[in-house]
Structure formats: structure tokens, C-alpha cells
Design a protein around this ligand. Structure first.
Ligand SMILES: [Zn+2]
Length: 248
């Protein structure tokens, strides 16, 4: 029996309620592995001031889609006034089955350089006309020893420290100096992209966003071993800070 956070139908029902309360609608994104996927676009999404949010591209990282829907529920009254493009769950089969990949073993987060995956192709199509002030793909990591954040560097430093500071009120920062293969400092991995590296491994969502759509691109990670409630709260703290920054 999977935890409720893996119940995709329940997640969609909650998003339907949020959308109705906010005066928005769930728009069909794609059909994949027998699931209907949706997205939310608010009428204020224009120019380059918006916020791109996505969760659930890895199905074994349930705090992300749970946090995103809960954040939307809490902000339903003002959701439509914010410039948002939201992908509530990009891998519904994975969420349902507690798997990182889709049913064919594909990691969607390595496929954003091309249109071969129906969900990724749909995200690329829907996103094409938009530019964002902030983009935030939301993730979890079972190796993590605390929260951490990737910031794709563009010119002068961004505000990754501030996002981490908010979340660090809920969960400790990962103390490692090397996370995955990257150098980290107080939970922040700030790096320039190497096109060559990503052309070999396939583009993650964040790299595609940085190259074509967003000024400030982050990937926030919570440690899967911490309690679900704390992981959800940490994600919500980052979402709140991103929302505050686009409202400025
Ligand atoms: Zn992930």
C-alpha cells in the first residue's frame, strides 16, 4: 500500500478543487502510461516576470508534488493574480509506482533537449512563448543528508542562499562539501553549465530552462529520509520565497 502522497488521482482531484477556487482551469498537457497529465497557466503570465514550477518528474520524490499542491491550496485566493506556469506532476506513472523513471525506464529529466518523450515535448511546447524570472524544478534525494539547492549561474550571483535560509528553518542544510559530483558550500551548488557535458548526458529540465526560458534557475532537493511533513514544509518555504520575489 503506497502512501497517499503517491495517489495521482487524489492529487488531480485536489488540483481541480484549487483551480476551481482560484478561478483557473486545469489544462490537459499529455497522456502518458495511461494517465492524463495537466498544467496550470495563470492569465498574468506575460513578459519575463513569471514563475515556473514543476514537480514529480521523478516519481520517487513525493514531497515535491505534495508541497506544490499544498502551497497552491494555501494561496488559492491569490493564485490567479500571480504570473505562474505550474506542472503539478510530470511523471504520474512514476509517482503511482514510486519510481524515478517512467514505465519504460526513461529518466524524463535527461530528455529536455528533444521532443521524443510525449510529456517533455508537451512541456516544451507549452513553455515555448514564455520567459520567467524564476524557474524551480522541485526534487528529492535519498542520498541527501539535508536540504540542498542547485543554482545555475548567470552573471553575478543569484539568491540561492536566501532560498536555502528559508528552508533551513525547517530542515538542516546538507553539510557535505561534495554533493553528487559537484562542489557544495552550505548546501548550495552554484555552477555554470557545460553544454558539452549536458549534450552527452541529455538536458535536465533546469538546463533547458536556463538556456531558453528563465533568468534564475534553481533545483531544490529535500532528503527523502526525513519525515514527509518536514520535507513538504521545506519545499513550501522555498515556494513562498520565490512567490515573494516575483511579487516585488
Ligand atoms: Zn529528482
Amino acid at each position: 500500500m503506497l502512501h497517499r502522497a503517491h495517489d495521482y488521482k487524489h492529487l488531480v482531484a485536489r488540483w481541480r478543487r484549487v483551480a476551481r477556487a482560484a478561478g483557473l482551469r486545469l489544462r490537459p498537457l499529455a497522456q502518458d502510461d495511461g494517465f492524463d497529465l495537466f498544467y496550470v497557466e495563470t492569465p498574468h503570465l506575460a513578459g519575463n516576470s513569471g514563475l515556473y514550477l514543476s514537480a514529480g518528474i521523478h516519481g520517487d520524490e513525493p514531497a515535491a508534488p505534495e508541497a506544490l499542491v499544498r502551497w497552491a491550496e494555501r494561496n488559492a485566493a491569490r493564485l490567479a493574480t500571480m504570473p505562474l506556469l505550474i506542472f503539478p506532476c510530470l511523471n504520474s506513472w512514476g509517482l503511482r509506482n514510486n519510481m524515478r523513471t517512467d514505465s519504460q525506464g526513461r529518466d524524463l529529466n535527461r530528455m529536455f533537449h528533444e521532443d521524443s518523450h510525449p510529456v517533455v515535448a508537451a512541456v516544451r511546447r507549452v513553455t515555448r512563448p514564455h520567459r520567467f524570472h524564476i524557474a524551480l524544478p522541485m526534487h528529492e534525494d535519498y542520498d541527501a543528508q539535508g536540504i540542498y539547492l542547485y543554482e545555475v549561474q548567470r552573471g553575478r550571483h543569484g539568491f540561492g542562499e536566501e532560498l536555502l535560509r528559508r528552508a533551513a528553518k525547517i530542515l538542516p542544510v546538507d553539510p557535505r562539501v561534495k554533493i553528487d559530483t559537484s562542489i557544495a558550500k552550505d548546501g548550495l551548488i552554484r555552477r555554470r553549465i557545460s553544454r558539452k557535458k549536458f549534450e552527452t548526458m541529455g538536458y535536465p529540465e533546469a538546463i533547458w530552462l536556463h538556456l531558453f526560458h528563465s533568468q534564475n534557475t534553481f533545483t531544490f532537493e529535500t532528503p527523502s529520509e526525513a519525515s514527509l511533513e518536514l520535507r513538504v514544509s521545506a519545499h513550501i518555504a522555498v515556494l513562498d520565497e520565490c512567490a515573494r520575489r516575483i511579487a516585488k
